[in-house]
Design a protein around this ligand. Structure first.
Ligand SMILES: [Mg+2]
Length: 281
């Protein structure tokens, strides 16, 4: 019987409603809300980004820091999903092989430009050679002027790393933006301490779709974990297919679940690997 219910809606509440931000997608649930038992080894496929998802971002790309037991967990999962576990990364396939050895997983490298199937076949995306070479020459000139920057030529993509010069982040972003401008065959991808140029048309979402057309991934529900802006393309594909998307760390995302850091994701993957239906051999 208070004034709240008896008369006009209090002015204060109306103000609050008017000032409320426009409705947006529901924020992700904590990964703790995702029961490991919802995973079905016979019907699901697992896709994992590498840097910032399985391994901490290190001062240089070749200095990778794994939590203990990471490879062993992935090994159990790969067997349990009958091989339907893939890495989806901006790195080269050979680098991931080096870090994951002795495991040799299906991998989409260079944001899906190169792809190794579960059978071991390599599938390449058409290259945009000349445009990439010109963009690379422009960035090389910049790197020569600024010690600490690292230009990584990956064949079909170029990565400008500023891990050792975070003060130059904005300058790197601008240089890459200028380099892709007027070159419709190329696009830029922002990452953590890195800005990259890749041919347009390849992204992590398409990489997931590619795997889902091949054995042993065909017909499975995708589960995808990633930490970066480039993983959002995959989250969109996964959401559209009714899969499970998991974002690692802070930041806006289309993923339905969030792990606050790598250790939280690994804890969840460990629970999945301990399900009674898991296979260790
Ligand atoms: Mg990442």
């Amino acid at each position: 019987m208070g004034s709240r219910y008896g008369g006009a809606f209090p002015v204060k509440d109306i103000m609050t409603l008017e000032q409320a931000p426009p409705s947006k997608a529901a924020s992700p649930l904590s990964i703790g809300e995702l029961a490991a038992g919802t995973v079905n080894f016979g019907a699901d496929a697992l896709f994992l980004d590498f840097d910032g998802t399985l391994a901490e971002i290190a001062p240089a790309p070749d200095l990778v820091q794994f939590f203990p037991g990471t490879r062993e967990i992935i090994d159990v999962l790969s067997k349990s999903f009958s091989g339907a576990v893939a890495i989806v990364t901006g790195r080269k396939i050979s680098e991931i092989d080096g870090h994951m050895a002795p495991l040799k997983l299906p991998i989409a490298g260079l944001y899906g430009l190169v792809h190794r199937t579960a059978a071991g076949d390599i599938v390449d995306f058409p290259v945009v050679g000349k445009e990439l070479a010109r963009a690379s020459a422009e960035l090389k000139a910049m790197v020569e002027q600024h010690p600490g920057l690292l230009l990584e030529l990956k064949g079909q993509t170029i990565a400008l790393h500023y891990r050792s010069r975070p003060d130059l982040g904005t300058a790197c972003y601008e240089a890459v933006r200028t380099a892709v401008q007027g070159r419709p065959g190329l696009k830029m991808i922002e990452g953590k301490m890195v800005v990259e140029i890749t041919p347009s048309g390849a992204d992590k979402g398409r990489a997931v779709q590619g795997f889902l057309r091949e054995p042993p991934f065909i017909g499975r529900r995708p589960i995808y974990a990633g930490d970066d802006v480039s993983d959002e393309d995959a989250f969109a594909v996964v959401n559209a297919l009714g899969g499970i998307a998991i974002k690692i760390g802070p930041g806006p995302t289309a993923a339905r679940y969030r792990a606050n850091h790598i250790a939280e994701l690994l804890a969840w993957l460990t629970c999945v690997s301990h399900l009674p239906s898991a296979r260790t051999a």
